[in-house]
Design a protein around this ligand. Structure first.
Ligand SMILES: [Ca+2]
Ligand SMILES: [Ca+2]
Length: 243
């Protein structure tokens, strides 16, 4: 039994040698991230007007200065003790750290990842973002079908609501029916992608009171990324933009 195994080994070694010779000195492109992580972004991050947080300080605060002193807040419906929301070193788009939010099933309204521009009190507290006209961030999901030994070609996406609140829509703001924030829906896949929320494209859904509001750039409160009941989402590199 030993001889055939030995011969196969030699054949494999020869094949590997031929392949290496064929490759020459060409650089091999990385096509996958760590197992269980999103696929890497296809390009480095563009220069932004003002980086809000890349998570690289390992904390839950944004990069302070320019009147900004807020922090990340994770909100959920308290229906699942397996909910995870953290600054994690497992799967960053850039650097080592990124926000990770995962739940195997909420039963209420779900959960949201929020980045507040100002620290309370009071809550909410406005920030004058009129120097900017958009917010950008990187996001990716881990779909159930993607992982070790699974079919990465399935490439499902998840549609989620990304929003900016103002003093007229934020929770406990100047509203009778709050959190109908200025939103846009985005399609997130298992590859890290950059998403841009131009302020001019954000709209209320129309169920809030007040509604049909104009977006007041000088009165913004938070970036709110609305998750559903079941999710495995990563967020990194959040910034203000001047497009
Ligand atoms: Ca930080
Ligand atoms: Ca990062």
């Amino acid at each position: 039994m030993k001889e055939p195994v030995h011969r196969i080994s030699i054949l494999n070694a020869t094949l590997v040698g031929l392949l290496l010779a064929a490759c020459g000195s060409r650089q091999v492109e990385t096509i996958s991230g760590p197992p269980g992580c999103p696929l890497p972004p296809t390009a480095p991050p563009p220069t932004s007007a003002r980086l809000l947080d890349d998570l690289e300080d390992g904390d839950m605060n944004l990069i302070a200065g320019d009147g900004l002193d807020g922090s990340w807040e994770f909100w959920d419906d308290k229906t699942n003790s397996n909910l995870l929301m953290a600054n994690s070193t497992m799967c960053a788009a850039f650097g080592k750290f990124a926000v990770h939010a995962r739940s195997d099933g909420q039963t209420g309204w779900g959960a949201s990842v929020n980045l507040f521009f100002r620290a309370p009190p009071p809550r909410p507290r406005p920030y004058d973002g009129s120097r900017f006209n958009a917010v950008s961030f990187y996001a990716a999901i881990i779909p159930p079908a993607v992982g070790v030994g699974s079919d990465a070609d399935a490439n499902p996406t998840v549609r989620i609501k990304a929003a900016i609140s103002t003093m007229e829509t934020a929770w406990e703001g100047n509203c009778k029916s709050c959190t109908d924030n200025f939103a846009k829906y985005i399609e997130i896949s298992n590859r890290w992608q950059r998403f841009v929320l131009p302020f001019s494209e954000l709209r209320q859904e129309g169920w809030g009171d007040p509604k049909n509001l104009a977006f007041k750039t000088n009165d913004i409160v938070q970036l709110a990324i609305q998750l559903g009941q079941k999710f495995d989402l990563w967020i990194d590199q959040v910034a203000f933009e001047q497009l």
